[in-house]
Design a protein around this ligand. Structure first.
Ligand SMILES: C[S@@+](CC[C@H](N)C(=O)[O-])C[C@H]1O[C@@H](n2cnc3c(N)ncnc32)[C@H](O)[C@@H]1O
Length: 240
């Protein structure tokens, strides 16, 4: 049986990062913000091939896709957990973490499931812990009668600003998957995977702030924004 080697796994990770950029403009900066906020023992939720985990020292990566998990495990040597976030069972058996991070991922879940997931994330946090989420969180357009606001021009580093990243991005995503699934060393993992649905739920940051507070987080704030991309940080307990 062929096993995945670290050089191939790292090349697949680089290809993943390249095809993911359009889906979250300023992705690298957003993930740097997540990593800078995270402390202690970290859980990278829906971590894919480990784009956020690669920035962290003490990290466990959770995802439901065996192909992505195998690439992350071999390339980064991080502990991985296979679990499905679409129901509450993913929490079972997990230790407590000081930080939970997620990037370009939680839009997979609709409003009801995401509210429940936020409460579950709080459950896996140790006292003093925090959750940080980077995703597209577009603000609603200002009403036509609103006074003009002067703000610095912000130009996203991608041509297509749609939430799907545009058709070129979708094609690059498709090609990456075609190549990964055809790799002999990933045949077992590929046979074991199932495509998941995405709700493509992209509410504004204010929705996330309210939902996180309703889930029991004591202090929630938007700590970073560029265009539609934003990072929300939620503290489990009141800040001292
Ligand atoms: C766009 S990728 C982002 C991955 C990684 N955070 C990154 O930014 O590169 C979305 C991730 O969510 C994971 N995912 C989607 N639905 C999931 C579910 N129900 N349970 C666990 N992971 C899920 C996918 O497998 C994929 O790794």
């Amino acid at each position: 049986m062929t096993t995945l080697d670290p050089v191939t796994a790292s090349a697949l990770r680089r290809g993943w990062d390249a095809q993911q950029q359009p889906f979250l403009p300023w992705r690298e900066e957003a993930f740097d913000v997540l990593a800078a906020r995270a402390h202690g023992r970290v859980l990278d939720l829906a971590g894919g091939t480990g784009s956020i985990a690669s920035r962290l020292a003490d990290v466990t990566l959770l995802d439901f896709d065996p192909v992505l998990l195998e690439i992350a495990r071999v390339a980064l040597g991080v502990p991985v957990v296979r679990a499905d976030l679409s129901g509450p069972g993913w929490v079972d058996g997990l230790p407590r973490f000081d930080s939970v991070v997620a990037g370009t991922a939680l839009h997979h879940f609709g409003p009801d499931r995401l509210r429940a997931l936020y409460a579950e994330i709080r459950e896996v946090l140790a006292p003093g812990g925090l959750f940080a989420n980077a995703d597209r969180m577009p603000e609603p357009a200002a009403p036509a009668t609103a006074p003009a606001v002067t703000a610095p021009a912000v130009t996203a580093p991608v041509a297509d600003e749609s939430a799907s990243g545009g058709s070129a991005a979708m094609e690059a995503w498709r090609v990456w998957w075609e190549e990964a699934l055809a790799h002999p060393a990933l045949a077992d993992a590929a046979a074991d995977r199932a495509d998941g649905d995405s709700a493509d739920f992209y509410p504004p940051a204010s929705w996330h702030v309210e939902a996180l507070k309703s889930a029991g987080f004591a202090h929630v704030e938007v700590v970073w924004r560029r265009g539609d991309s934003a990072v929300v940080v939620a503290h489990r307990d009141p800040l001292i």
